[in-house]
Design a protein around this ligand. Structure first.
Ligand code: COA
Length: 201
């Protein structure tokens, strides 16, 4: 595998780039303080922008590392920071990356996360050289499952009652993944492969 860090990725409507401390206000307003966004995530909504400021300052530092893959999702037209996508864990021996993401509620349902995840998958296969990309989502979170499905991630199974919702209720976790060979064989993957290899240089 290679460790080129979080290079800037451009798609039709989006720029994916590392976070900086100055993104804190938009991140807080757009999704980090929204309980609907975080209902299926591992963290609670931020109650205080001071916390968001400290977090984003830490992310700006972390972005200097070449084995961190973490991007702010920015709308190309307006420059608005609308979401977050990252590798949440990387298994170097298995060459396997787990991805996670979230998006500002006002922007849901327009294909934005599918566009962002597609680009990240292409980058992880082409530039980082991973073998496998996986993701999990709470079974009720159909929108997240559909994003992964549209990006070619196959359903592999369900971990029963493996998640605890903010209410304390237990929920099933669905696992999906895509392998490098599958991505290369897909038409969409083949086109992205070439573009991203070029961009990563
Ligand atoms: C999940 C999330 C990232 C999706 O982002 P998005 O930009 O709205 O996703 P897209 O528009 O690319 O695709 C969403 C798909 O789910 C479908 N969908 C949305 N709600 C759905 C529902 N309740 N049931 C079934 N399908 C649903 C949409 O119709 C769309 O599919 P389509 O293109 O075939 O019509 C966004 O809702 C989000 O940030 N949620 C909160 C954070 C989160 O859950 N993160 C993932 C944790 S695993």
């Amino acid at each position: 595998m290679n460790y080129p860090g979080s290079r800037v990725l451009e798609t039709a409507r989006l720029t994916l780039r590392p976070f900086c401390a100055a993104d804190a206000q938009q991140a807080f307003d757009n999704w980090m303080s929204d309980p609907l966004v975080t209902q299926y995530l591992t963290w609670a909504p931020h109650g205080d922008i001071a916390f968001t400021r400290r977090l984003l300052a830490a992310w700006e530092e972390e972005a200097k590392l070449d084995d961190v893959f973490h991007w702010a999702i920015v709308l190309r037209g307006s420059g608005e920071v609308v979401g977050d996508i990252s590798v949440v864990s990387l298994d170097r021996r298995a060459e396997s990356a787990q991805v996670g993401y979230c998006l500002c509620r006002r922007r849901w349902g327009r294909g934005i996360m599918t566009e962002a995840l597609s680009a990240v998958i292409g980058y992880l296969f082409a530039a980082v050289g991973v073998w496998r990309i996986e993701g999990t989502y709470v079974a009720d979170n159909a929108a997240s499952g559909r994003v992964m499905e549209k990006c070619g991630m196959q359903r592999e199974g369900v971990a029963r009652q493996a998640w605890v919702l903010p209410s304390g209720e237990r929920a099933d976790l669905v696992h999906r993944a895509v392998l490098r060979g599958e991505w290369q064989r897909s038409r969409r993957g083949a086109a992205r492969w070439v573009n991203l290899l070029w961009q990563a240089k």
